[in-house]
Design a protein around this ligand. Structure first.
Ligand SMILES: Nc1ccn([C@@H]2O[C@H](COP(=O)(O)OP(=O)(O)OP(=O)(O)O)[C@@H](O)[C@H]2O)c(=O)n1
Ligand SMILES: C[C@](O)(CO)[C@H](O)COP(=O)(O)O
Length: 232
């Protein structure tokens, strides 16, 4: 695997409201262990990832205090109200060993099935440009719903992609882009959106569609199935 060695931010400060569990979804059991453990262990396994910085909610009482995984440092900081606030807090909390021009990965704690090969592909390809993200071309017809839940129109599918994580950008450029989006009152749903607003054109790197984001309760069973078979 080629490309730079990078630190990875792991946004894990969400409440998991769409799951509706009795605790934030990143701590709900998946194959007998908290979801976040699977994600962190997978990330720490990657040879191009030098360290992890996990972004936690200020009220988090479940974080086990992990400081090392697979011989790599694990740091934490406190996130914010929106995912983008958490990511910015993470960028600012990175250790000085991460230079302003160094690439940083951002990967959702809620995506435990990401493939190591896809992470390596992103680092190699996006590392040769101004950064990029894993994703996949949209393969279903896309409908626009009206207020009654009926199909009002069919959206164009060509050139539409689903964005996944990790997403990888240079530390200072990502920090500036996130700050500018916040200043403009734009709640960006991913890092690439902030970079697009800043005038960059993030590289889209096709990854496996089993890199699911665990969002609702039914996703846990699918994630468990995928973990049992995902080629890492
Ligand atoms: N203020 C926030 C919101 C989300 N996240 C993280 O961003 C990832 C993707 O967010 P999402 O799937 O929406 O998680 P939640 O916000 O927890 O889910 P919900 O919207 O259902 O509450 C998750 O790992 C989540 O922990 C975060 O670090 N800080
Ligand atoms: C970052 C992301 O996972 C890319 O698809 C997605 O935007 C997160 O959205 P969420 O609503 O915060 O889960």
């Amino acid at each position: 695997m080629n490309g730079p060695t990078v630190w990875c931010l792991v946004p894990a400060a969400g409440r998991g409201t769409r799951v509706g569990g009795d605790c934030p979804k990143q701590y709900l059991p998946l194959a007998g262990r908290p979801l976040i453990e699977h994600t962190l262990e997978r990330l720490a396994t990657h040879p191009r990832i030098a360290g992890l910085l996990v972004i936690l909610d200020a009220t988090d009482t479940r974080w086990p205090g992990t400081t090392m995984l697979n011989g790599k440092p694990v740091l934490t900081t406190i996130g914010g109200m929106e995912r983008s606030d958490s990511v910015l807090a993470g960028v600012d909390a990175l250790p000085d060993v991460v230079g302003v021009a160094d690439f940083v990965l951002v990967h959702d704690a809620a995506r435990p099935c990401v493939r190591l090969a896809d992470i390596g592909k992103l680092i190699e390809l996006a590392g040769a440009t101004d950064g990029g993200l894993l994703g996949a071309p949209l393969r279903d017809t896309l409908k626009c719903a009206d207020s009654a839940g009926r199909s009002e129109s069919t959206e164009p599918r060509d050139r539409r992609w689903r964005a996944f994580t990790p997403q990888m950008f240079r530390r200072a450029q990502l920090s500036a882009a996130l700050r500018e989006a916040a200043r403009r009152g734009v709640n960006v749903s991913d890092e690439a959106m902030a970079m697009e607003l800043a005038g960059f054109a993030p590289l889209l790197v096709e990854g496996a569609e089993d890199n699911i984001k665990v969002t609702t309760a039914t996703d846990f069973a699918l994630a468990e199935f995928l973990l049992a078979r995902t080629a890492t």
